[in-house]
Design a protein around this ligand. Structure first.
Ligand code: GMT
Length: 375
């Protein structure tokens, strides 16, 4: 099969869509394709040198005539420039707006039959899709892309319901690189974090936006901590952090909750964790739950969006109604107090993830879409 030249655009800063886009680029490069990241800054997961991965920075100049810097126009120009210079076969963009719309403009500017694959990640639909000033542009981005994928069946249905695009949208699930996400052997990390051997470790990883419902995590953990010795690891940072700090203090949990901020090697933290809580009110997939499960951590999630496609109730964790703190805490306490149940769910978590969301399998699905498009 001919090796492809692929341009990838994503939000390069911390976030599930940036992680997936970057990991996809790295794995495609390992398969011999030539990858060109066209982004506003270096994707944060691009930590080592690959001879066949190139990075093209989008530069946005600030002129006094502009009230807002013209990022979208600068991105489209860069996409067209790279497409022509490098003879790209296709652009794979993550997020309908602005990225798909910029890619459509770039195709026009390049004058070439540049193919566009768009992957929807959630926020572009579930949040922005409800904004009347943006929904037509999102629909346009979807309809004018050559292929559109979404990261869960739930996101496909929500997009169809909300925007009614005249376009087929296919589910291509997010994936996990099981060479990185696996349960690491015994370390002294628990000790270093001041967690004793008998304490259970509950973890939550997110960008602390209101949709993540971190206060629900704290409330559920408060009940767990009453029932057994336990610590809560909070990983990430974002707009809700002050409210969360306040709640932790009000509930007298300061000694039991560790605020770890943004962390790169989360697999080390998952490897000392017994349970992950993902209690969001919007979540198209829940990549953090997938990463945790690959490290053998069962998850409790809400019956929202794509979460029930990742966490299978009673098999590798539990699904609870949104905001039902009692139900969440009861499930957590049952799971953490029953060693054999925990062992079984933990085993199923890591095994199931490898079967359903293994990187090789999902990356091949994207590759097949590219080849079909270029036939
Ligand atoms: O969760 C976020 O707030 C970040 C957002 C993003 O764009 O990175 O995550 C979305 O994409 C991830 C990767 O596909 C999914 O795992 C998240 O569920 C999705 N977030 C939402 O739907 C809120």
């Amino acid at each position: 099969m001919k090796k492809l030249k692929i341009g990838i655009t994503c939000y390069p800063s911390v976030g599930g869509s940036g992680i997936i886009a970057t990991e996809l680029g790295k794995l495609l490069a390992e398969k011999g394709h030539e990858i060109h990241f066209i982004t506003s800054s270096m994707p944060f997961r691009l930590t080592r040198m690959y001879h066949n991965i190139h990075y093209h920075q989008v530069e946005v100049n600030q002129y006094s005539v502009f009230q807002y810097p013209p990022y979208d126009i600068a991105l489209a120009s860069k996409m067209a420039e790279v497409a022509n210079q490098e003879s790209l076969d296709l652009l794979h963009v993550h997020y309908a707006i602005p990225h798909a719309v910029c890619a459509i403009l770039a195709r026009e500017m390049s004058g070439r039959d540049l193919k566009i694959v768009t992957t929807l990640h959630g926020t572009d639909i579930t949040v922005l899709g409800n904004d009347a000033s943006l929904s037509d542009a999102i629909k346009f981005g979807i309809e004018k892309s050559d292929i559109v994928t979404a990261v869960s069946n739930s996101l496909v249905s929500q997009t169809m319901e909300l925007l009614k695009p005249d376009k087929e949208i296919q589910t291509v699930y997010n994936f996990i690189d099981d060479r990185i996400y696996l349960r690491l052997g015994e370390t002294d990390l628990k000790d270093k974090l001041g967690i004793s051997k008998e304490e259970k470790v509950v973890i939550h990883v997110s960008n602390f936006r209101p949709v993540k419902r971190v206060p629900d995590v704290i409330q559920a953990f408060a009940r767990v901590a009453k029932a057994m010795p336990a610590k809560l690891l909070l990983v990430g940072d974002g707009p809700e952090i002050r409210n969360v700090l306040k709640l932790v203090s009000e509930l007298g949990l300061k000694e039991k909750v560790l605020f770890l901020g943004k962390q790169d090697n989360v697999e080390e933290l998952y490897s000392i964790s017994d349970l992950m809580l993902l209690l969001s009110e919007k979540e198209s997939f829940g990549l953090a739950a997938l990463e945790a499960m690959a490290c053998g951590v069962p998850c409790i999630g809400t019956a929202i969006g794509g979460i029930p496609e990742v966490i299978i109730d009673g098999e590798n964790g539990y699904i609870c109604p949104l905001g039902d703190i009692e139900a969440i805490a009861n499930k957590a306490i049952t799971l953490l107090s029953d060693e054999s149940l925990h062992r079984e769910l933990s085993y199923q978590a890591s095994i199931g993830v490898k079967e359903r969301f293994k990187a090789d399998k999902i990356v091949s699905q994207y590759e097949n879409l590219y080849y079909k498009l270029l036939e």
